[in-house]
Ligand binder design. Structure first.
Ligand code: AMP
Ligand code: MN
Ligand code: MN
Length: 322
């Protein structure tokens, strides 16, 4: 069904119970868009949506409402309204799909090119840099308070890599500017949640850079983190954020690949590209998805199988371009 802004807000104002969830392994946009929308509803509709996330990375715990996030997906009475943010298919929503199945009304608001319109009402805008940016455009600027503004700014900062990825548009900058007017401290969010790294995160970043390999005449850079390393350092999912971005800015590189072993022979794949390769197309082929310049998937096999499969697809796209 097509998304209608007015109906969306009417549905929010009439619902007694509202649930909001983002994708598994939440990132800044996932946390920022869910908590931003929840804060806006709390501030303007006098009701408290329940936000469900797999976890809230420690660096984001100061965002308003983070302490009330429900983890572990406990069973709940059916929601009048359930909103999925920053994810476009049931696999990405994970266990929150149970709330969707029983909810009376469902909405999906997302910006992934591979979003498949899996809920009753879907607003998918692949040209938006972040789901948080879409949420801002649905809200009335004068009704946004500082807590909601900080959350939405967090989402935009993270999905644009601090306004540097190609998804950053004039609208992105204008939305971010408007959010600053609501009292957001940009340095707290940018330094505190994006650039600041724990000693452990820096160590693992260094290790991944040191062990990285160049392939396809230096156009592809690849690095991996296996179970042995994960256990040795006690790495959590957010400890490897940002490594892929550092790999991508290697001179001459078009595609960066980072793989992380989840269970034996099952790998979480992150891909980034600079100008040519559509990595969302490649990740979709292996059951994942994402954006043209940033995408992910979960693949099985040995490290060598995974890299060989990915390189073959990258090579096809690079040769087609020549
Ligand atoms: P990541 O490498 O995990 O940071 O993911 C890069 C981008 O692709 C993010 O916008 C993710 O939300 C998206 N993404 C990652 N994995 C998947 C997947 N399996 N399906 C759809 N989108 C994904
Ligand atoms: Mn996300
Ligand atoms: Mn996003």
């Amino acid at each position: 069904m097509a998304f209608e802004k007015q109906t969306f807000w009417e549905d929010i104002s009439t619902a007694n119970t509202i649930g909001i969830a983002g994708h598994i392994r939440p990132d800044g946009d996932c946390v920022g868009s869910t908590l931003g929308l929840a804060a806006y509803i709390r501030d303007n509709y006098g009701k408290e949506p329940e936000v469900f996330l797999e976890e809230v990375p420690v660096a984001f715990s100061f965002i308003e409402g983070a302490e009330r996030v429900v983890t572990g997906y406990p069973s709940r009475e059916p929601f009048d309204l359930f909103i999925a943010l920053d994810c476009g298919d049931d696999g990405r929503l994970g266990k929150a799909m149970n709330y969707v199945k029983s909810a009376k009304k469902t909405y999906c608001i997302d910006h992934h090119a591979t979003s498949n319109g899996f809920l009753e009402n879907n607003l998918v805008l692949p040209d938006s840099a972040a789901t948080a940016q879409i949420i801002y455009t649905l809200c009335e600027d004068s009704k946004i308070r500082k807590g909601a503004a900080e959350a939405l700014y967090l989402g935009i900062v993270h999905d644009t890599g601090v306004f540097k990825h190609s998804c950053t548009t004039r609208e992105t900058m204008e939305v971010a500017g408007a959010l600053l007017d609501h009292g957001v401290s940009s340095s707290r969010i940018i330094d505190g949640t994006f650039y600041e790294k724990t000693y452990l995160q820096n160590q693992i970043l260094g290790r991944c850079l040191m062990e990285s390999v160049l392939c396809l005449d230096g156009k592809v850079i690849f690095s991996s983190i296996d179970r042995k390393i994960i256990n040795l350092y006690g790495l959590g999912p957010s400890d490897t954020e940002g490594i892929i971005d550092q790999l991508r800015v290697t001179k001459g590189v078009e595609v960066a690949i980072l793989i992380r072993e989840l269970t034996p022979r099952s790998w979480r794949v992150s891909m980034r590209s600079c100008e040519i390769v559509d990595v969302s197309k490649i990740c979709s082929m292996f059951g994942g998805g994402g954006h043209v310049r940033a995408a992910g998937a979960t693949m099985s096999g040995s490290r060598r199988d995974v890299i060989n499969n990915l390189l073959a697809e990258i090579e096809k796209q690079l040769t087609a371009e020549e």
